[in-house]
Write a protein that binds this ligand. Structure first.
Ligand SMILES: [Zn+2]
Length: 501
């Protein structure tokens, strides 16, 4: 690592995996200071900084500017590279670093327990014991986590790749553009006729049947190049146009039988992308969005209406194009009315809830986030906008609620505060504050509800999905305690108590 790699805006700025760990840097700094027999005050005086500032750096809570780091290295008489080395300066310091990392995990923060300082006053056996307990807790939680290991890793890997590409897949855009060109599609949305043309061009015929296996969206006869599709009425369920295009996508993108779950997942993401890229061709979609942005009236509803697709397809397609073409970082989430995340994507640093393994699926979203407050809105089906202050900054979100056979889902598209001005609803006055994973934010029912209803409630869970996450202790399995208490509270207020007095 060279000094030039470190500077951007005078701050440490290196890319993972050689990212500087601030806790380790602080420990190395403190170690060198003690070796040189300097107090915090003495070193502060030598580099012309407040002792409180150096203390924050030594505790790994502040990223030092390069100039400050250079001054410290100079005052200690060590090369700056030495301070930046990734190993702990001693075994004891290594344990303290490990403790600090464990305590920064959302899973620990959600417990609401005090942060223990690993300083000299903490006895060595207490430190070893704490680390042992943390390690065991992590192991147990990992074992219990809702998503199987294989699926989790595949999901995470894919999410990282999507994030790195800003969810824009150039090779699929190209493949889709070629297909459109081959059927001479030159304007706007793709019609049903266009889809038949594409299928014919690729050598396939479509057959709508009533006896398709219930678990299949489509079945393709590879020998005779026939695609069998269900005779679905309009309404709920998958857009039949998308199902055809997804099936054709497998052939256009040259997919073979998936080798493993990761492969399967990637193919599914690719064909979904391909179908959306045909239904909402890049050129026309970006023209449309450019005009809307110029009017400061970007709106997922309009985007949906202009191309005749589902809201979710429009929201997804927006995340493909927003960052690549317009420099707008975004997040997307599909959240069940129970508060559970089903799908999520972000490249705007919003912090989705994760379990101890880093998985997002099946995790409960903060009650203050737009994905959940929308369900309590007067009219959840009309346009809903909200600013949310979080530990990672303020985000603006637009949310749409849709009703499905498995309940209501909110579909959210969000962006950091400064980009809200390009959107319709960017001037909303609705605003909430979220401090999750701090348990006082929304993870614990309010004390007065617990006082009144604790021990007096007996809900029966409606287990609705394999995504059901391992719930924290002290709640009812499968049911959120706060929801239960609030429900009982509402009922109690609805009518006067009928209990005999
Ligand atoms: Zn919260």
């Amino acid at each position: 690592m060279t000094a030039s790699e470190l500077t951007r805006g005078g701050k440490l700025n290196v890319n993972p995996p050689e990212d500087v760990d601030l806790v380790t840097l602080g420990q190395r700094l403190r170690h060198q200071r003690r070796v040189k027999g300097l107090t915090l005050d003495q070193l502060s005086a030598a580099v012309g900084r407040a002792p409180s500032q150096l203390s924050l750096i030594e505790n790994g809570k502040r990223e030092p500017k390069l100039s400050v780091l250079q001054a410290i290295a100079g005052a200690l008489g060590v090369p700056m590279q030495d301070l930046l080395r990734p190993e702990a300066p001693s075994r004891r310091a290594g344990l303290e670093i490990e403790l600090a990392h464990f305590q920064r995990e959302p899973a620990y923060q959600a417990l609401g327990l005090p942060m223990v300082r690993g300083g000299r006053r903490l006895p060595a056996d207490a430190l070893e014991s704490l680390i042992g307990l943390h390690a065991e807790l992590t192991r147990l939680l990992t074992e219990q986590s809702a998503t199987p290991e294989l699926a989790r890793r595949a999901n995470q890997q894919l999410r990282i790749e999507m994030r790195e590409r800003d969810n824009y897949f150039d090779y699929i855009e190209l493949a889709a553009a070629k297909v459109l060109e081959s059927v001479r599609h030159t304007t706007g949305p793709l019609s049903q006729r266009g889809i038949l043309d594409i299928a014919a061009h690729l050598g396939f015929s479509l057959h709508y049947v009533s006896d398709l296996p219930g678990s299949a969206r489509s079945v393709t006869d590879l020998r005779n190049h026939k695609i069998y599709l269900p005779q679905v009425a309009s309404g709920k369920g998958h857009d039949p146009r998308a199902v055809v295009l997804q099936t054709l996508g497998h052939f256009v993108l040259g997919h073979h039988d998936p080798a493993d779950y990761g492969d399967f997942l990637r193919q599914r993401v690719e064909v979904n992308y391909f179908a959306a890229a045909l239904l909402m061709p890049e050129k026309f979609a970006t023209d449309f969005l450019r005009d809307a942005k110029a009017d400061r009236a970007l709106a997922i509803d309009d985007f949906r209406d202009a191309f005749g697709v589902s809201y979710e397809t429009a929201a997804h397609r927006f995340t493909n194009l927003a960052t690549h073409h317009f420099g707008i970082p975004v997040h997307f989430a599909r959240v069940h009315e129970s508060g559970t995340v089903y799908k999520a994507y972000e490249n705007d640093d919003v912090r989705f809830p994760t379990d101890v393994t880093g998985a997002i699926e099946g995790q409960p979203v903060c009650r203050k986030w737009a994905s959940r407050t929308v369900f309590a809105a007067d009219d959840p089906y009309s346009s809903f906008y909200q600013f949310t202050d979080t530990g990672k900054g303020t985000y603006w979100c637009t949310v749409h609620v849709e009703s499905t056979r498995s309940g209501e889902f909110s579909v959210t598209v969000g962006t950091p505060y400064q980009h809200a001005r390009w959107f319709r609803g960017g001037d909303t006055t609705r605003r909430t504050v979220s401090t999750c994973p701090d348990p006082t934010c929304c993870r614990r029912p309010p004390a007065e509800l617990v006082e009144r209803w604790g021990g007096q409630a007996w809900p029966s869970a409606r287990v609705h999905s394999h995504l059901l996450a391992a719930l924290p202790p002290g709640t009812f399995p499968g049911v959120d305690a706060q929801d239960v208490y609030e429900f009982l509270q509402r009922r109690a207020q609805d009518r006067p108590s009928q209990a005999p007095s």
